[in-house]
Design a protein around this ligand. Structure first.
Ligand SMILES: Nc1nc2c(ncn2[C@@H]2O[C@H](COP(=O)(O)OP(=O)(O)O)[C@@H](O)[C@H]2O)c(=O)[nH]1
Ligand SMILES: [Mg+2]
Length: 298
């Protein structure tokens, strides 16, 4: 790539990515997740569909390609006019890895010139293929350059990270992410902490004890905020759980947004853990789900 091409890529405000991959990999679901911030069901894509995402002054045209056999011959033409090509696979559907490999390799002339990102979707399902299994199954080692990123369009796991990588490939610039949230903790009805995720060591000592005491005493009350040592702690309750998020009091925080995010997390946990209805609790599952959620926020 010459200097002129590099400058053009970095400074053009409009970019194009093409998302390819077999039918049912989750391509349309990911685009809608990026646009709406949550999981939604979709009808299969016919042909191709263009969406636009505006991020920090750059307009990204996202071409969502239908994955059924009839539409796969459209991929190469679209891919040749894009700055970045994504190939998505359903990492749970091992029986389709050979078919995915054959389709991916039909685009190999493109990947010799452009960055290829493989998104390994459905990481919320078990047993999902490991990254090294996917590299092996798709023969990726024979490509000049590639990256495989695990995501789940159901829970949101890895999506922000993947998008930041894609943004960097498109623009040569790092997307700045505001990380105002410091820690998330989820408790059971008895006030027992089930799991905590934090981006700094702030949950040691006094702060955590204060949160814990507050939760034990206030599960049935309406109180939902506590201030302590420059931190603001926001609480929410769902039917069987209680959650807290710690933010810095001095940061410019959109409190209603944090509250609704915490509410969404608790509802998501209730949905994913129907055993809570029977007063049973799988704390390792809750830990896993909260980690997935927090990996996008903290
Ligand atoms: N469990 C799970 N299901 C997903 C995920 N992403 C998409 N799906 C489901 O997979 C199916 C196919 O998704 P869709 O986006 O239409 O796939 P596309 O053909 O690649 O566009 C739909 O039923 C989605 O709800 C995910 O991360 N986890
Ligand atoms: Mg689709």
């Amino acid at each position: 790539m010459g200097v002129k091409d590099i400058l053009k890529r970095v400074f053009t405000k409009e970019k194009k990515i093409v998302i390819t991959g077999l039918d049912s990999a989750g391509k349309t679901t990911m685009i809608s997740f990026l646009q709406n911030g949550t999981f939604m069901e979709h009808a299969p894509t016919m042909g191709k569909e263009l969406s636009q995402i505006e991020v920090q002054g750059i307009r990204i045209n996202v071409m969502d390609m239908g994955g059924q056999k009839d539409f796969r011959n459209l991929w190469i033409g679209e891919a040749s006019t894009a700055e970045c090509v994504i190939f998505m696979i359903d990492a749970y559907a091992r029986e389709r890895f050979n078919e995915a490999r054959d389709e991916l390799w039909k685009l190999s002339s493109i990947f010799k010139k452009k960055p290829l990102i493989i998104l390994a979707n459905k990481y919320d399902l078990q047993p999902v293929a490991s990254i090294s299994e996917i590299i092996e199954a798709l023969n990726l080692k024979d490509l000049p350059s590639f990256e495989v990123l695990p995501i789940s369009c159901k829970t949101g796991y890895g999506i922000v990270k993947a998008f930041m990588k894609i943004y960097y490939k498109l623009t040569g610039k790092h997307l700045t992410q505001k990380t105002n949230l410091r820690a998330i903790t989820v408790f059971d009805q008895g006030g027992i902490p089930l799991t905590s995720s934090s981006n700094e060591d702030i949950l040691q000592g006094g702060l955590f004890t204060a949160i814990h005491n507050f939760v034990r005493e206030s599960f049935n009350s309406e109180l939902d905020q506590l201030k302590m040592g420059g931190h603001l702690i926001i609480f929410k309750r769902s039917k069987h759980l209680m959650g807290s998020i710690v933010v810095n009091e001095s940061d410019n925080i959109d409190i209603p947004e944090v509250e609704s995010g915490l509410n969404d997390l608790l509802l998501h946990l209730e949905h994913m853990c129907p055993e809570l209805e029977k007063d049973q609790l799988d704390s390792s599952k809750i830990e896993y789900l909260v980690d997935q959620y927090a990996s996008n926020l903290l």
